[in-house]
Design a protein around this ligand. Structure first.
Ligand code: ATP
Length: 350
């Protein structure tokens, strides 16, 4: 079901946890909230679920104003980071508990629990209690408990953060599969940008309670709305260099590049590490640099450069390209992929 968040603000005393956030999430869409700790992801989600009362703004679900509605009336299901299962109940009872207070008959409840458990691969664990289950199994029970309620909107708050790295990757794929099957509108909160970039139809980036950008993963990556988004998305992070733009040239203290039209206000040049090509000297690059540190990663390598006094410029090169600290290298920058930002951090050119 469609979810509209309009001018949502939530204050805790003097602290503005969510600051005038607006977005529309379409029926069936999977949107991920990312951002640094304390940026307001969970508070926004809790306002949608009705677990927090907004200071101002409107929450509309399926076109109906639900801002003041009881959590139970909203048709949202919230899956918590710590699963919040009842420890003394079996997995089956954890999943069926919320349905028992509805007018659903016990046979229909049993069937719904079994079908969902089957889909989640936990059918043989239904008669165990959470203490007898692994983290991944507990997470599936928590998901199952929300699925059986057939919610209009799934709200998942860092659901995989307590799992080990391998299981997280597996559960990530399972969640995507689940979303394809159920096709419910989903908001997924994570601080793991890889999760956000691989799972979502759109990524919403928050900082300081404000929505910075909401767009498909490829767009937030290649067309960041501002310097914050540009630096937050992508690993290793984008390089930011002070610059001036005049007479058709972007000038840093070490080198200059052709300036894109209309970029005169720019004061910061952004270059992603993979858009820097390195060769042993002798090539006709844009400038020369000294390799400060060479990190062998495997399929690619990370090179920290000193470009004429500009320290810590990071380049990402193919795994086959080998350098050593102290090497002189020629540096070529893909000028079609540079980013320029104004004094206030807004993007001047992508
Ligand atoms: P994290 O990634 O660390 O979970 P988050 O982006 O989900 O962070 P929120 O939990 O939404 O951030 O918190 C936003 C801000 O609001 C934080 O500064 C937090 O300390 C504050 N905050 C959240 N809940 C409350 C509360 N009940 N009372 C007072 N302050 C709160």
């Amino acid at each position: 079901m469609k979810l509209e968040i309009e001018n949502l603000t939530k204050e805790f005393g003097d602290l503005v946890a969510v600051d005038d956030v607006s977005m529309t999430i379409e029926d069936g869409e999977f949107v991920t909230f990312v951002g640094p700790s304390g940026c307001g992801k969970t508070t926004t989600l809790r306002c949608v679920a009705g677990l927090e009362t907004p200071s101002s703004g409107t929450i509309r679900i399926g076109g109906t104003d639900m801002t003041a509605a009881n959590p139970k009336e909203r048709g949202t299901a919230f899956v918590f980071q710590d699963y919040a299962l009842y420890p003394h109940m079996t997995a089956r009872r954890n999943m069926s508990f919320a349905l028992e207070s509805t007018d659903m008959d016990s046979e229909a409840i049993r069937e719904s629990v079994e079908t969902t458990a089957e889909m989640l691969g936990i059918r043989e664990h239904l008669d165990q209690t959470p203490g007898e289950l692994s983290g991944g199994q507990q997470q599936r029970v928590a998901l199952g408990r929300s699925i059986v309620r057939d919610p209009k909107i799934f709200l998942l708050d860092e659901p995989l953060s307590n799992l080990d790295a391998k299981l997280r990757v597996q559960m990530r794929a399972e969640l995507q599969q689940l979303h394809r099957e159920i096709q419910s509108t989903t908001i997924y909160v994570t601080h793991d940008q890889e999760e956000a970039m691989t799972m979502s139809d759109r990524v919403a980036i928050l900082d300081g309670g404000k929505l910075q950008q909401i767009a498909p993963p490829s767009v937030v990556y290649s067309q960041p709305a501002n310097e914050f988004v540009a630096g937050f998305i992508g690993s290793p992070s984008m390089n930011f260099l002070d610059c001036t733009v005049s007479s058709g040239a972007v000038e840093t203290t070490a080198f200059s590049l052709d300036a894109p039209a209309g970029s005169e206000d720019a004061v910061t040049l952004g270059i992603r590490p993979e858009n820097i090509t390195l060769d042993h000297v002798g090539g006709d690059g844009d400038t020369e640099a000294t390799v400060a540190v060479f990190e062998q990663v495997g399929s690619f390598n990370i090179v920290y450069l000193d470009i004429d006094g500009l320290d810590d410029v990071v380049a990402q090169v193919p795994g086959a390209k080998q350098f050593e600290a102290g090497d002189r290298v020629s540096v070529t920058i893909d000028t079609d992929r540079i980013h320029l930002f104004a004094e206030d951090g807004e993007t001047v050119h992508n």
